[in-house]
Write a protein that binds this ligand. Structure first.
Ligand code: PRP
Ligand code: URA
Length: 205
């Protein structure tokens, strides 16, 4: 199963507050930041390292630097909320952008913007807080592969079993890191219990 669910008490507390319909925009953003930071640390646990020499005030010792770069690709709009905490942890990361919007009736993805840097050996991390049917993410993975991405990982905050199954079937080597796996989708393809429309709650629209 290409899925890792956060096992962390604080993450459960933050997800509960994020779901709450009474949670207002500023607090919603703050919770999104915290969850993203923990997810990013999990997803980058095994990045390849190169050794280097460090001179402390007392002596020389061995240190580590990253073996290759990282490209973050937020899926607009909601994915934008996950970029600031990642850049806080890794200010040197490159950032691509992908605009994908679900049709309100069919729930099918429509891509309206794509600007992804060329990928050579970088690790690519697609960030989108909601994984519902999996259509938007599958499209994003396709765009990243088209510019050369091989080491591909995904950060999601809430995932539905339907979307996870879709990615597992079509892209079994892509690892998804999520804070929580919810019950199912409703008839409008919204996640249950979910949090409603993440983009609207994040942007305050
Ligand atoms: C949401 C979410 C994902 C997509 C997930 O975006 O951020 O991109 O839906 O649904 P799927 O797995 O069924 O494709 P939305 O299309 O609502 O756009 P927004 O972020 O601009 O609000
Ligand atoms: N997009 C959202 O913002 N929420 C859902 O529940 C599904 C897709």
């Amino acid at each position: 199963m290409p899925l890792q669910i956060l096992q962390h008490s604080l993450a459960q507390v933050w997800v509960a507050e994020l779901r709450d319909v009474k949670t207002e925009t500023a607090r919603f953003r703050s919770l999104c930041n915290r969850l993203t930071a923990v997810l990013f640390l999990e997803a980058t646990r095994d990045l390849m390292l190169r050794s280097c020499e460090v001179q402390t005030p007392l002596e020389d010792c061995e240190g580590a630097v990253l073996g290759s770069g990282v490209v973050i690709i937020p899926v607009l709009r909601a994915g934008l909320g996950m970029v600031p905490p990642i850049l806080e942890l890794m200010p040197e990361a490159q950032v691509g952008h992908l605009g994908v919007e679900r049709d309100h009736v069919t729930a099918l993805p429509r891509c309206y913007y794509s600007n992804i840097p060329e990928i050579t050996d970088q690790t690519v991390i697609i960030v989108d807080p909601m994984l519902a049917t999996g259509g938007s993410l599958l499209h994003a993975i396709g765009e990243a592969r088209a510019v050369g991405a091989r080491d591909l990982r995904v950060l999601s905050i809430i995932a539905a079993p339907e979307g996870v199954a879709m990615i597992e079937e079509k892209e079994p080597r892509v690892m998804i890191y999520t804070a929580v796996l919810d019950r199912c989708l409703n008839e409008q393809k919204y996640i249950l219990p979910g949090i409603g429309d993440f983009g609207d709650r994040l942007m305050g629209t």
